[in-house]
Design a protein around this ligand. Structure first.
Ligand code: HEC
Ligand code: HEC
Ligand code: HEC
Ligand code: HEC
Length: 109
């Protein structure tokens, strides 16, 4: 009986954990519009590759969109610089794409 209770508690704990994570994961795919050519960012695939949300959401997921601060708040670096530093920085380190058109699919040249 004691074992069963422990098992049920463990199952309940896992179930709750899964639901909480799924509910806050944000969109699977995010369009980042900009003058250089729209970027389709595969958020879900990156979540699979990068274990810690805070690697990207450095102010915490609850702080909201990057573009809620970058390009808006004077203390935050311009969006272009912040995104390029984070996206390209990791790609250089981990072997992701670094060519302009790899991200800016709509770019003309
Ligand atoms: C590789 C970088 C990266 C990782 C890892 C990542 N995210 Fe994101 N996330 C982004 C970017 C970029 C956006 C789009 C922000 C914008 O539009 O300014 C975003 C958007 C979101 C949004 C929508 C925000 C809004 O207000 O519209 C949520 C929610 C979110 N992420 C949750 C998570 C959670 C939870 C994890 C971890 C399981 C995670 N993210 C991991 C980069 C990442
Ligand atoms: C609540 C506001 C806020 C949010 C949300 C936010 N940032 Fe930032 N970010 C800042 C500020 C302010 C700085 C300046 C240094 C510091 O205070 O951490 C910064 C610094 C950075 C830097 C370092 C720039 C440099 O030149 O060293 C990068 C890269 C970055 N942010 C990327 C992102 C990305 C990508 C997202 C979304 C996934 C994001 N930030 C979300 C406010 C924010
Ligand atoms: C912390 C590491 C990390 C960060 C930050 C990161 N990426 Fe990536 N990304 C990767 C890795 C690793 C790959 C290559 C994966 C592979 O080939 O399996 C990748 C692949 C990609 C690809 C090609 C495959 C696909 O999913 O379409 C694109 C496009 C891309 N990233 C865009 C972005 C953008 C835009 C940002 C910033 C908003 C970003 N990445 C931030 C690690 C990262
Ligand atoms: C790893 C992905 C990635 C690569 C590679 C990349 N960029 Fe970007 N770039 C972004 C992201 C993300 C943004 C910001 C989008 C936003 O503000 O929502 C951006 C923004 C820009 C902007 C600002 C556009 C505007 O509306 O102000 C310019 C210009 C730009 N990139 C040029 C380039 C050039 C030139 C290259 C090649 C040398 C390049 N980018 C490579 C992801 C990338």
């Amino acid at each position: 009986m004691k074992r069963l209770v422990v098992l049920l508690a463990a199952v309940a704990f896992l179930a709750i954990g899964t639901v909480v994570v799924a509910a806050n994961n944000g969109p699977a795919e995010i369009k980042l519009a900009n003058k250089m050519g729209e970027i389709t960012f595969n958020h879900a695939a990156h979540q699979g590759k990068v274990a810690d949300c805070k690697t990207c959401h450095h102010k915490g997921v609850e702080a909201g969109k990057c573009t809620g601060c970058h390009g808006v708040k004077p203390e935050a670096p311009a969006a272009k610089d912040a995104f390029h530093k984070q996206c390209k920085g990791c790609h250089q380190e981990k072997g992701g794409p670094t060519g302009c058109k790899d991200c800016h699919k709509g770019a003309k040249s």
